[in-house]
Every structure is written in structure tokens, then in C-alpha cells.
Design a protein around this ligand. Structure first.
Ligand code: 8DG
Ligand code: MN
Ligand code: MN
Length: 372
């Protein structure tokens, strides 16, 4: 479907969960522009416009043809005049002045830089920007600042953390961690999720979701695994958030709400075999045979696992559209913990992602088709 730009019967849904969005984005020149504008809106606190840009971007990502003329946009949802003006400009000039203004703007540049530090979000960036800071050096070297432990380690491993993680590095960490967990709890289920599950070749972190079919047996896994990794010297930083999950609580109405499962944000020491020691003779500088890698662990009860897996597989935009679809089209409430049917007043059990799509009356989409 929608392989031809000119066929008039093409119907593109306004929801990413009713479209296939593979990794390959043939309209990247437009979607990159929209995503920069969305990010700028986020930095300015303009949530509505941010949403509009992200939805427009997601529509274009699902197309199987490159936008070549304005006519190609006929019948596509979520592309209002503001969006069309931007597309038209890029079609004519190969670039968009508004986007160039944003990326050269003080605010965007500073927020991009500040939020690239592990432990720094919008609030801290806003504060630093208002204080007049523009570079990392100014902030790092300011003796007045008190940083959180997370930020301190974010600065310490900044270069490594902001460089990409390859799929093979992600798989190496995943295999290593899974072996440890399965020795502790042989029937644990350990899954690589996030962008790598959607087929991405590179990522900014490694997301691992863990459960166990035997009730309550998942509860000891996180602390025991962290202890083992720490004893092996492989943890540079970790921050455990204990579970605040309550089974009877209705799913969150906020589309971007974080979940309540036990989780751990880690800076993992990935040791590279055969690098380092042999180089010392050639190089006076001490060569580093390891790389700091961001790893997220999330632990869920078995009953909520499918919902959590669906939530952590992303993409973020796909998740937002799934929730919006559940609310607006099905009178249901979806989050990472479950699905509540408001008509029947019941939680709907699911043990696989397929179960969840079925409850929602949606055709199943594989993780690699969720790259909205
Ligand atoms: P990337 O790491 O390659 O950049 O992409 P990603 O894997 O898609 O992004 P992510 O930031 O690692 O998030 C993966 C998914 O996890 C995303 O759909 C959002 C979801 N997610 C939750 N809860 C939480 C949470 O508490 N923290 C974070 N960082 N992500 C969460 O559902
Ligand atoms: Mn990720
Ligand atoms: Mn993550």
C-alpha cells in the first residue's frame, strides 16, 4: 500500500500504529527538518507545535515513495499549511530557512549541548541557559555548581556516552548480561529492546527488559545482577529506581508518562578485547581499552511484561500514537503497565505483543515496522 504517489485510493492513517514505518526513511530531508523544528519547540516549551511536527514527520517516514512534488502530499493526513510551506521550500531550495535559523540559534545550540549530558534534562538546560552559560567548559569549571552524581558521571564519560553504540557492542553487552541473569534465575526472560529491537544499527544506549514467569522471582534479579557486575568492575555508575507499580491503578492519561517498574540507569564499562596493553609501547599516552556505554535495565512482573516490552520497544512517536489510538478510537487506556477497557471496565490481559494489537483491533506490526 501507498507505494505510488499518484494513486488516488491511497489512504494513509493518522496513527503510526496503523502504518508500517521501516527504518529506511526515503524522505529524510523533510523528516530531519521537521524533527529539528519539533526539538526546538520542545526546548521552547511549545508542546502542541512539537507534537504537530513529530506527527507530520512520522507520516512522511511511512511513505514508500520520495516526495517529489507538492501533488504527492494530496490525501496525506496531518500536513497543514505550516507543514506544507516547509516541504515546498525544501523541494525548491533543498533547505529551509526556518530550520537553518533554528540550528544556528543560541537557544537550540545550548539546549542540544546541555541535554547531551547524562542526567541533564530540559529544566537544568533552561537554568544554565538563563544563567548565560553556552559551553560545557564554562559549566564544568564553575566551582559554584553542585552537580548530581549522575551529571558528574555524565561529564566524566561525556565523549564515550555521546558517541554511538554499534549493534555488535549492544549484542555483546546483552549476551554478557543475559548469561549472568540466567545463571541466577534459569527461567528469566531477558530481551534486548529499544531501538536495537526495531532493527537500528546504531543507538545511544542499550535497553534490556527482564521478567520471570514464576511470580515474584523477578524481584531479586536486578540487585543480584548489579552486585555481580560491580564485583567484576564493570559498572562505572548506576542508579536504581525501585518499583512503584500498583496493579489496580488505571493507565496514565499522559502520553509521555514514565512507567513505575523497577529500573536501573547504568554506565557500563565495555572492555574491548585485545586493545590497550599492546599499544602502550607505541604510545606514551595510556590507551584506554574500554568504552563507557549507557545501559538501561527494566524489570517487570510477568503479567505486565508484554505491555512493558511494547512500551520500551518504541519508537517514542509510535508509542504516543498507540496511546492516542487507544484513547480516541477504542475508549481504552494504554500505558506500559496495561490496557484498560473503559466500556467494559476491565483490564485486558496480554502475554504477547500480538495479544495487545488484537485487543486494540489493530493488525500486528513487527518491531522493525514501528520506526515512526
Ligand atoms: P536510541 O536509544 O537508539 O536513541 O533510541 P530508543 O531506544 O528508541 O530510545 P530510548 O530513549 O532508549 O527509549 C526506548 C523506549 O523506551 C522509548 O520508546 C521510550 C521508552 N521508555 C519507557 N519508559 C522509559 C523511561 O523511564 N526512560 C527512558 N529513557 N525510556 C523509557 O517506556
Ligand atoms: Mn535506547
Ligand atoms: Mn533507554
Amino acid at each position: 500500500f501507498n507505494t505510488s504517489p499518484s494513486s488516488s485510493c491511497v489512504q494513509v492513517s493518522q496513527y503510526a500504529c496503523q502504518r508500517r514505518t521501516p527504518l529506511q526513511d526515503i524522505n529524510q530531508i523533510f523528516t530531519d527538518a521537521f524533527e529539528i523544528l519539533a526539538e526546538n519547540c520542545e526546548f521552547l516549551g511549545n508542546k502542541e507545535l512539537c507534537k504537530s511536527f513529530l506527527r507530520a514527520s512520522a507520516v512522511l517516514k511511512s511513505l514508500r515513495f520520495p516526495i517529489a512534488t507538492m501533488k504527492d502530499l494530496d490525501g496525506l493526513p496531518l500536513l497543514g499549511n505550516e507543514m506544507k510551506t516547509i516541504i515546498e521550500e525544501i523541494l525548491e531550495d533543498g533547505k529551509c530557512a526556518r530550520v537553518l535559523d533554528v540550528i544556528n540559534g543560541e537557544r537550540y545550540k545550548s539546549f542540544k549541548l546541555f541535554t547531551s549530558i547524562f542526567g541533564v534534562g530540559l529544566k537544568t538546560s533552561e537554568k544554565w541557559f538563563r544563567m548565560g552559560f553556552r559551553t560545557l567548559e564554562e559549566i564544568k569549571n564553575n566551582p559554584e555548581f553542585k552537580f548530581t552524581k549522575m551529571q558528574k558521571y555524565g561529564f566524566l564519560h561525556y565523549e564515550d556516552i555521546t558517541s554511538y553504540i554499534s549493534k555488535s557492542e549492544a549484542l555483546e553487552i546483552y549476551d554478557f548480561v543475559r548469561d549472568i541473569i540466567l545463571k541466577l534465575v534459569p527461567d528469566a526472560v531477558v530481551t534486548l529492546t529499544g531501538g536495537f529491537r526495531r532493527g537500528k544499527e546504531r543507538g545511544h544506549d542499550v535497553d534490556i527488559i527482564i521478567t520471570c514467569p514464576r511470580k515474584e522471582k523477578e524481584k531479586s534479579i536486578l540487585h543480584n545482577t548489579i552486585t555481580i557486575l560491580k564485583n567484576q568492575g564493570l559498572i562505572l555508575f548506576y542508579d536504581i529506581n525501585e518499583s512503584t507499580f500498583v496493579e489496580t491503578k488505571l493507565p496514565s492519561k499522559k502520553v509521555d508518562a514514565l512507567d513505575h517498574f523497577q529500573k536501573c540507569f547504568i554506565i557500563f564499562k565495555l572492555v574491548k578485547e585485545g586493545v590497550g596493553a599492546t599499544n602502550i609501547k607505541d604510545n606514551e599516552m595510556e590507551s584506554k581499552n574500554w568504552k563507557a556505554v549507557r545501559v538501561d535495565f527494566v524489570i517487570t512482573p510477568y503479567k505486565q511484561y508484554a505491555y512493558a516490552l511494547l512500551g520500551w520497544t518504541g519508537s517514542r512517536q509510535f508509542e504516543r500514537d498507540l496511546r492516542r489510538y487507544a484513547t480516541n478510537e477504542k475508549k481504552m487506556m494504554l500505558d506500559n503497565h496495561g490496557l484498560f477497557d473503559k466500556t467494559k471496565n476491565v483490564f485486558l490481559d496480554a502475554y504477547t505483543e500480538e495479544d495487545i494489537f488484537e485487543h486494540l483491533g489493530l493488525e500486528y506490526l513487527e518491531p522493525w515496522d514501528r520506526n515512526a
